[in-house]
Design a protein. Structure first.
Length: 130
């Protein structure tokens, strides 16, 4: 019996990724990191800044995501996001630029608690990539 399911990641520009041989995905949900395996209960959740880890027969892929929605239903995982990068393709200059922007946003005295939380999450993740 196969332990695989399908993932599709979509951003505003295109269908970013579609794979059918996925065995596990770990997503940075608001509730915390969430591991998803075949036959997981149906779920919809919001994403916070973090790393999506995709394990498949062909290996492991890691993607940096800033936000989005994740839905798992009938062994199909859908991720809708406005910003996603393959960790292998992101360069230090881009990471440093995103980190500087996030740190500047964090200093804004008018920032809401929710936005402060998200910016702090983004800073923590970007520092691990730098």
């Amino acid at each position: 019996m196969s332990e695989e399911f399908k993932i599709e990641i979509v951003n505003p520009e295109k269908s970013f990724l579609s794979k059918e041989d996925v065995t596990e995905v770990v997503v940075p949900a608001f509730e915390g990191e969430m591991g998803i395996l075949k036959d997981h209960i149906s779920i919809i959740s919001f994403l916070k800044p973090g790393i999506i880890k995709i394990f498949s027969k062909s290996g492991e892929d890691n993607y940096y995501v800033e936000d989005g929605i994740v839905e798992f239903k009938n062994n199909n995982l859908s991720v809708l996001t406005s910003s996603i990068f393959n960790i292998k393709d992101i360069d230090k200059d881009k990471t440093s630029e995103l980190l500087a922007q996030a740190e500047e946003s964090s200093k804004n005295s008018n920032i809401t608690d929710q936005n402060k939380y998200l910016v702090d999450q983004k800073i923590d993740v970007l520092k691990t990539l730098n």
